[in-house]
Design a protein around this ligand. Sequence first.
Ligand code: ADP
Ligand code: MG
Length: 473
Amino acid sequence: MNHEAGELPPNAGKAATAWAKVRSRLRQEVGDVEYRTWLRQLTLSGLEGDVAHITLPTRFLRDWVRDHYGDRLRVLCQAEMGGVRRVELRVAAEAPELVQEAVAAPASPPGLAESLSPPPAAPAAAEGGKNDWLVPLDPRFTFDSFVVGKPNEFAHACARRVSERPAQAGFNPLFLYGGVGLGKTHLMHSIAWSLREREAELQIAYMSAEKFMYRFINALRTQNIMEFKTQLRSVHVLMVDDLQFLIGKDNTQEEFFHTFNALIDAGKQIIISADKAPNDLSGIEDRLRTRLSGGIVADLHATTYELRLSILQAKAAHAGVEVPARVLELLARKIASNVRDLEGALNRIVAHARLFGRPITLESVPEVLSDILRAHDKRLSIDDIQRKVAEHYNIRLTEMASARRSRAVARPRQVAMYLAKQLTSRSLPEIGKRFGNRDHTTVLHAVNKITELMQEDPTFAEDVSLLRKMLEM
Ligand code: ADP
Ligand code: MG
């Protein structure tokens, strides 16, 4: 067994039992509702000396738990887990939360938050930040700065349409989905800006699903549920970003469902984003799923090389810097995961050139971006390889793990195993496991077989090299 950083040590059994005790005591102390909302997703990820490492799925949750339960958590860990003195809270998946910061950053004009708030049911100051669940809009996220290409043209067209004629049948709700950093938040903010431009009086509430939850729980605590409902239901447009974070939180889901229905019935526009299509979201009730798909569902596909290049060109032009075409091409080719990383890389290059007063060249890029480029090289997964190879040979993805031995599927499977060995740091047994639990000797045989075939058959060799190049792009 290999122990990656953060994994539990060999005496994990004992630690797990102690951790279960900590959780159950927490639950007793805070009650079921609070526990389910904030603490159910705590995971013990490792013990290191006298530190217990605990992870949460998002930064927001991490901060919330640290501020509200940090002390209790530490005390309970000290009591139940021998030797533990400190507790470190971490975010398991940083990525989806990054934008939260960008959005909440003071970059937005002052006063925006107020003007976006729904009509206050009570003076906003009365309780200190009553509307803190409304996130200000990011001035950078407009339709003007959104670059349209094949992967996002449908979502963009739907967003445009909703911004021109909100709450039209067939376009309500608008459900945008796609992976991290593909422009969901950007599109939602664009709609809000565009609507406001047209009609300054429109009440638009934009918030993350987590903020919705936070607000709801606070209302429960302070017994202001009625006020919460009135506030929410008085908006003209409700935007809830990253809905996947609402999933599984029964009582908040219930409230969301009712708000949702009330708004739709009252002819208000609802815009939702999530990382998956309504049908693929897990932990969500069927009736909510049905309502979510009741309008228009638009998918933001993974970016293509062309789109990435256009985005880089637009951003460089906007920043007013001269970046050689070859450099932009290199970035568009190497950083294929999402637009946020792409932007980050461009920003870094520009900052570096400004700082040192040197021109940006193809030679300086690898050095300035070594960490980013390396991270992207590493990110190639066995899944990616299987998908690409299956696509290339026109077989089903499931054949990668199937037991079928006919040449038509066995050879592509061997190619995928070979590439997995060449392009990832996975061991033979690990690779075998991902190919329908095959033995490591099967993988080794595949690697040898493909190497041999490549030597014998130049056309085949070329084919495999092409696949490799496509995967490495
Ligand atoms: P998501 O909400 O889908 O995770 P974001 O909307 O936060 O992604 O986008 C991440 C970053 O990439 C933002 O800075 C956004 O402006 C930028 N971005 C994404 N898609 C585009 C696009 N098509 N044109 C211009 N910028 C984009
Ligand atoms: Mg987002």
